[in-house]
Design a protein around this ligand. Structure first.
Ligand code: IMP
Ligand code: MG
Length: 458
């Protein structure tokens, strides 16, 4: 039988470009309002996004932000799920969103992130000679157990007590040396610790039982209905992916397109619009190459070195003006100019159909205050001009030096500018430079903090 050409759901996959924290939530919100299903696909509580419900501010880490609208929301199988954090989020939101349990679903094959993964994350980081600057949410160790096939999946919570305990004991035995050194004293007695943990998990499982679905068939129902709109909310970013990021300075899941699709129970032939989201400047938390970073008072440990206002570097000013502090960890972020080479790499390795550039208002005003706005268009590396960010900077200890296009002054975006045509000429020039270098249309432009402040070009 030949496959008939069916019309399937429209699916938007929203990925971070660069190093995350780029305002993916804005595009998610744009489509989330009309979506039937919003899926979280990878990562865990290392991700964080701020949402507003009834004018109140919430920081979400695991629940898809589509929960603010009418959409069904799925935690897909690529997520590392910390049940404690999930239940806390449900608890905080349930007054504002009374139907939260009716609209939230969890794939049964999602990996569980257990308390000892957080202990191991901290232990691993302190033992590393090369610090990554992880969020210490247990993400790496949870995925490591998944790869090692000693992790528990959500479905395992419904096995008999002794079977769950045996799975946990198996993992604890493997991690015994580190847990004895770094864990709390209870962890040393594996049998009793495992029993206590199983009891707690069984209580948590009772609450989430009605939410659990077979992820594949659940998502297929939406995919196979051409009237449905699906939004996949990527976590972290293309350049933080373990596959396409700056290894080892990356996260531990594939937050690029492949991992995001399989994590969301989708396949590469499901018709999607892939959107890479970037800010009009860049930021990065944790270590790793960042060629366009602007000097600021961030120490080698990623912490802020105290400084007086009169001694502030341009990078400190940018961080403060733009409130660049992590939602999940509160850490100060490194900041820098827009890098069209990083952007180009992100669209190329993800197959992006469109780019979203956020914070066009902020960078415009920064340009007015400080006299110029820069965009890296190539690098000088080992004596040559190159148009890609090399993957071997760890080995060469040499960060490519950006070659910039400079836009004099800046621009101001006013509320009447509700279409691309109405944007200031310099802002359009900025966007056009990005399109030229990346070869990809900038279809979405964020022009202010509110969800509605987005220009969508047809
Ligand atoms: P992990 O994901 O906690 O293992 O952290 C690995 C690296 O990814 C660190 O540099 C983190 O700062 C970075 N990272 C993880 N999640 C995010 C995110 O949501 N936004 C930005 N950076 C992140
Ligand atoms: Mg974030």
């Amino acid at each position: 039988m030949t496959k008939s050409i069916e019309k399937l759901a429209t699916t938007y996959v929203i990925l971070g470009g660069a190093w995350g924290d780029c305002g993916k939530g804005k595009v998610t919100a744009f489509y989330g309002q009309i979506a039937n299903l919003v899926i979280r696909a990878t990562g865990g509580a290392n991700a964080g996004h701020t949402v507003f419900v009834n004018g109140k501010k919430f920081g979400l880490h695991l629940i898809p932000s589509g929960i603010m609208y009418k959409a069904m929301c799925l935690i897909g199988q690529g997520v590392a799920l910390d049940l404690g954090i999930l239940l806390d989020e449900i608890e905080t939101l349930k007054n504002e969103i009374p139907d939260i349990l009716e609209r939230l679903r969890i794939s049964g094959t999602t990996t569980l992130l257990l308390p000892y993964h957080k202990t191991l994350d901290a232990a691993n980081e302190s033992l590393r000679s090369h610090k990554i600057g992880t969020t210490k949410r247990g993400i790496g160790p949870a995925y490591a157990d998944k790869a090692d096939r000693i992790a528990l999946q959500v479905n395992d919570l419904f096995r008999p007590f002794e079977e769950i305990k045996a799975l946990i004991v198996q993992a604890l035995e493997k991690h015994k040396p580190l847990l004895q050194l770094y864990g709390d004293p209870n962890m040393s007695n594996i049998e009793t610790y495992a029993e206590e943990l199983v009891k707690e998990l069984i209580e948590q499982a009772k609450i989430i039982k009605p939410l659990i679905v077979d992820g594949h068939s659940f998502v297929r129902k939406y995919v196979n209905d051409s009237n449905k709109i699906i939004v996949v909310e990527g976590a972290q970013s293309v350049r933080l992916s373990i596959e396409t990021g700056d290894y080892p300075n990356c996260t531990s899941s594939d937050s690029n397109i492949n991992g995001t699709l399989s994590g969301a129970h989708l396949n590469p032939k499901d018709p999607t619009e892939i959107i890479v989201v970037l800010k009009a400047y860049l930021s990065r938390v944790g270590n790793g190459p960042f060629p366009t970073e602007i000097e600021s008072h961030i120490g080698p440990d990623g912490k802020l070195i105290p400084y007086k206002e009169e001694d502030a570097y341009l990078g400190d000013k940018m961080r403060n003006d733009f409130h660049e502090y992590g939602v999940s960890t509160g850490r100060p972020r490194r900041v820098g100019w827009f890098d069209a080479i990083v952007a180009k790499n992100s669209v190329q390795v993800s197959g992006a159909d469109a780019i979203c550039i956020n914070c066009m208002d902020l960078i415009g005003e920064f340009g007015i205050t400080h006299g110029e706005i820069k965009i890296a268009k190539s690098y000088l590396y080992q004596g040559e001009e190159i148009d890609y960010l090399p993957r071997n900077t760890e080995q060469t200890h040499e960060i490519p030096q950006p070659i910039y296009d400079v836009i004099d002054g800046g621009w101001k975006i006013t509320p009447d500018m509700d279409s691309y045509e109405k944007l200031p000429e310099k802002a359009k020039l900025f966007i056009e430079k990005i399109e030229e270098i990346t070869g990809t249309p900038v279809k979405y432009i964020g022009i202010g903090p509110e969800n509605e402040q987005i220009i969508v070009r047809s």
